[in-house]
Design a protein around this ligand. Structure first.
Ligand SMILES: Nc1ncnc2c1ncn2[C@@H]1O[C@H](COP(=O)(O)OP(=O)(O)O)[C@@H](O)[C@H]1O
Ligand SMILES: [Mg+2]
Length: 285
């Protein structure tokens, strides 16, 4: 019987659900707070017992990503892998991979200075959506409808001047209903989906108060999500889609550490069970 380790930095409902399910299924579990661990290059041993497979569930993207690198250094199987976490954590890389794999995705523009970003705005026109390349919960995702707003945002980025502020990720604004679709994929299966209905604002993140509503997984949704999962390298993922009134479904994001506490209440499939099954099989590869 394998031992499953869950690494976290703040214990959420999701991590507790995973632990409870693994125990219920008869697996030994260990819960490790990433903030209390240490690694070094000299030994392949650690003070922690990471078991046979780790589910990396840190909220902090950079902490989780680099923690994953440490686990891979120790040859411990971890879900998701460093490469997958890196591809999903960076929206620019995700957009490129989706496009390369012929998955419908919003047209996106990249530039690396205020001047070049302004040229994009002028050439492409408004509205556009600006996003930090690393971020979640809708933070700093902003619709830009005119030049005054573009000027203000660019000026502000020059004042704050963080490493991400120099990378401009601009995206066509999709004309869609006030909702999007979140699908959880595990390996090559779609296990659950929900609409996220905006509570009034532009963004449809649950973290911003959007209402979850169960969504039927059509063949088209399934096909797109499995392709998107493969495009980033597979694992346990949250795929976000929008319903473009002109062109149909587009995939705009793939999330690496998917939250599911809302979805678990309405989904037909047992999400934590599917995740634990996947983790167990992962060690057998
Ligand atoms: N190109 C777009 N057109 C219309 N709405 C968008 C677009 N991009 C993002 N949104 C809205 O903003 C939300 C947050 O954007 P997203 O790229 O998913 O960033 P985050 O990683 O912060 O969730 C989306 O769920 C959607 O509601
Ligand atoms: Mg999102």
């Amino acid at each position: 019987m394998q031992k499953i380790c869950i690494v976290f930095d703040r214990l959420r409902a999701e991590e507790k659900l995973l632990q409870a399910k693994a125990s219920e299924m008869g697996y030994e579990t260990s819960m490790i707070d990433a903030k209390t661990t240490r690694f070094d290059t000299d030994s392949k041993r650690t003070e922690n017992d990471f078991g046979d497979v780790v589910l990396e569930r840190c909220i902090s993207y950079y902490r989780g990503l680099n923690f994953t690198a440490c686990l891979e250094f120790l040859d411990i199987p971890v879900i998701n892998s460093f490469d997958v976490a890196n591809r999903c954590g960076n929206k620019m890389i995700t957009s490129m991979l989706l496009k390369k794999h012929n998955i419908p995705t919003p047209k996106t523009y990249f530039s690396f200075s205020a001047e070049s970003a302004m040229e994009h705005f002028e050439k492409v026109g408004y509205p556009l959506v600006i996003k930090p390349i690393v971020g979640s919960w809708g933070r700093s995702v902003m619709p830009i409808k005119d030049k005054d707003t573009a000027d203000a945002i660019i000026e502000n980025r020059q004042v704050t001047d963080g490493p991400q502020d120099r990378i401009y990720y601009l995206q066509e604004m999709i004309d869609r209903p006030p909702r999007d679709i979140r699908v959880i994929t595990i390996g090559d299966q779609t296990v659950a989906a929900m609409y996220r209905k905006s509570s009034g604002g532009f963004k449809t993140n649950i973290a911003l108060g959007a209402e979850p509503e169960i969504c039927k997984i059509t063949n088209e949704i399934e096909d797109l999500c499995i392709k998107a999962s493969k495009a980033v390298g597979g694992g346990i993922l949250g795929i976000d889609l929008m319903e473009d009134k002109k062109s149909g479904l587009v995939v705009h994001e793939v999330n690496n550490t998917v939250e599911f506490k809302g979805l678990v209440k309405v989904a037909e499939k047992d999400i934590p069970k599917e995740m634990i099954d996947f983790a167990v099989n992962y060690t057998r590869k």
